[in-house]
Design a protein around this ligand. Structure first.
Ligand code: NDP
Length: 326
């Protein structure tokens, strides 16, 4: 028997989450059984712990969209007992049972070997948010980061914190947009040199082009903020669109694309091909300073998850939560 956070739905459609003891026979089919060591809390986890957000297929459900641990049993030649592995994406924790459990059974295709230089706790301090931040930085690099500060929106959140630390470590000037002024010292400790108040940039587009300020942008917010900042990107610069913490709409004009050659780059972590996953994890081990990662970590256990799920949906989680499932 082992512990898992189980989300159940009652006859009225109301969900509730609690830590329960379950047996191995309850785990879904899969090639590899993993003894999970750590998981994390992402925005999607907040939805899956709580109301579901249309992501969860069947109840009862074990959320947790990412985890790291040790292979316990494997029917796939790529993995053997004792191997350290990490999983993000593939709709694990949404359509399939996820990492808020001491054991998980998954497809071997979904796993990535733990990169050299990271332990399982550090891998989950990075988690889906940090992995996605790295993908966003790689996308910006592939299109060329222009001179000038790189803007990171939702900076004090998970994606934003890791993006800030990586970009600063790579030598870029970083401007962090936050709605929480009290996080300024934290963002500066990660390497941001400029703090931009959310209200300064979170306004409806009045002019499609403004002064060219930012050499690039990692955007975790979307909505009106993304629409507005497109008009502030330097000629030929790019925005990596990662998230929708501020809304899924995009009330923008196409003028920045047409007159300034601005690129809007979509970033998806869920269906990312294996080779690029390995490349991103190797870059994380190389380019994310571990002492800065540690400064982002807020430790938690399985029983903290119902509250943390509510907090992240309200934008109240700072940095990265690392859940020790044992
Ligand atoms: P967090 O909740 O940790 O961070 C989001 C941050 O956005 C908050 O901390 C806050 O930052 C800011 N924010 C929240 N609400 C608003 C608002 N109404 N207007 C403006 N800013 C707001 O989440 P994550 O960092 O884990 O994820 C960020 C986004 O990226 C989410 O939308 C998530 O779904 C998405 N995502 C996408 C992935 C992909 O594959 N494309 C993978 C992972 C995440 P502050 O307090 O500093 O203002």
């Amino acid at each position: 028997m082992f512990n898992a956070l189980m989300v159940e739905k009652d006859d009225d459609g109301k969900t509730s989450a609690s830590v329960q003891q379950i047996g191995l026979d309850r785990l879904p089919e899969g090639d590899v059984t993993v003894a999970v060591e750590y998981s994390t809390v992402n925005y999607k986890d907040g939805l899956c712990i709580g109301p579901g957000g249309g992501l969860v297929r069947n109840y009862p459900h074990v959320p947790g969209i990412d985890f790291a641990g040790t292979v316990e049993a494997s029917d796939d030649p790529r993995y053997k007992a004792g191997d350290k592995v990490v999983l993000t994406g593939w709709r694990v924790g949404e359509a399939y049972w996820g990492g808020y459990s001491q054991k998980a059974r998954v497809k071997a295709d979904w796993l990535v070997p733990l990169p050299d230089g990271l332990d399982t706790r550090q891998a989950m301090a990075v988690g889906t948010a940090g992995f996605t931040a790295m993908l966003a930085v790689m996308a910006l690099e592939d299109h060329g980061i222009k001179d000038g500060p790189v803007l990171v929106t939702g900076a004090a959140g998970g994606v934003g914190s890791v993006a800030t630390a990586i970009l600063a470590n790579l030598g870029h000037e970083v401007a962090g947009v936050t709605g929480r002024p009290e996080t300024a010292d934290y963002l500066k400790s990660l390497g941001a040199t400029q703090i931009v108040a959310r209200e300064e940039i979170n306004e409806t587009v009045k002019r499609p082009l403004e002064a060219e300020i930012w050499g690039g942008c990692v955007d975790a917010v979307g909505g009106e903020m993304l629409a507005r900042l497109l008009g502030q990107i330097k000629y030929g610069g790019s925005v990596a669109a990662v998230g929708l913490a501020g809304g899924a709409g995009l009330p923008a004009t196409v003028i920045p694309f047409l007159l300034r050659g601005v690129n809007l780059l979509g970033v998806d972590s869920v269906m990312q091909p294996y080779d690029n996953r390995v490349r991103a994890w190797a870059r994380i081990a190389k380019d994310l300073p571990m002492e800065k990662l540690e400064a982002m970590v807020q430790p938690a256990v399985l029983s903290d998850l119902p509250q943390l799920g509510r907090d992240i949906l309200k934008g109240q989680v700072k940095g990265r939560v690392v859940v020790d499932v044992n």
